[in-house]
Design a protein. Structure first.
Length: 214
């Protein structure tokens, strides 16, 4: 089956470049072009394409709002967002609006065919640069939060694991070759550092943190 596509971008050269690339594939056909968001919505409602390549930044009506409008009446149409921005906010807002893919303009020609193939088979596509940015952004956010691996010493993590695996204080002391009082001190420090107040809370935390396997 031929995939009918609309290209919405306010730059004619971009539209022409994308069209030439798409039409090299016998299974894809550009059936319309739009230079602004309003025209993209009208054209989509008229032609009912399988897919719209949607520039995020266009005059009159932006690509994110145009995406919402199109999917309100044509929920089966796939949208691939096209943008100069790799900012996480643009990516997330595009996906929230219903876009199935996100491409940066400087990588569109290399990854466009794969993006179209993926979204037409029900997958979500993020171009390579966006994927890398999102991962780095996520890691940066996560690193701001204290975890068992950042606040507990290796010995405290060891004690935590043994506690949440059901070992009694005396058994832990024997295994680690320390006194019962030392184990109790470790337990108190662990609870204080993690702001937890029972063995049940410790167990749930250890499982979530990957210290203990459920």
């Amino acid at each position: 089956m031929i995939t009918n596509i609309i290209i919405a971008d306010d730059h004619k050269l971009v539209r022409e470049g994308l069209k030439n690339l798409i039409e090299k594939n016998l299974q894809m056909k550009v059936v319309g072009e739009a230079s602004d968001g309003h025209a993209a919505v009208q054209l989509a409602q008229q032609l009912k394409p399988h897919l719209v390549i949607m520039d995020i930044s266009m005059p009159g009506l932006g690509g994110i709002d145009a995406t919402r409008k199109i999917l309100t009446t044509l929920p089966k149409t796939k949208i691939v967002a096209l943008s100069m921005h790799d900012d996480e906010q643009f990516v997330l807002e595009s996906l929230k609006a219903g876009a199935s893919g996100y491409l940066l303009k400087d990588c569109a020609f290399d990854e466009l065919s794969q993006a179209i193939t993926d979204v037409m088979t029900g997958k979500t596509f993020l171009c390579c640069q966006v994927n890398q940015y999102i991962i780095k952004s996520y890691v940066a956010r996560v690193s701001q939060y204290e975890t068992a691996f950042s606040v507990l010493t290796p010995r405290e993590r060891e004690v935590l694991q043994m506690i949440t695996e059901g070992n009694a204080t005396k058994s832990i002391a024997v295994t680690l070759e320390v006194s019962i009082k030392t184990v109790e001190t470790h337990r108190q420090q662990i609870m204080q550092k993690l702001n937890l107040h029972s063995i049940a809370e410790l167990t749930k935390y250890a499982i979530r943190s990957g210290i203990t396997v459920p």
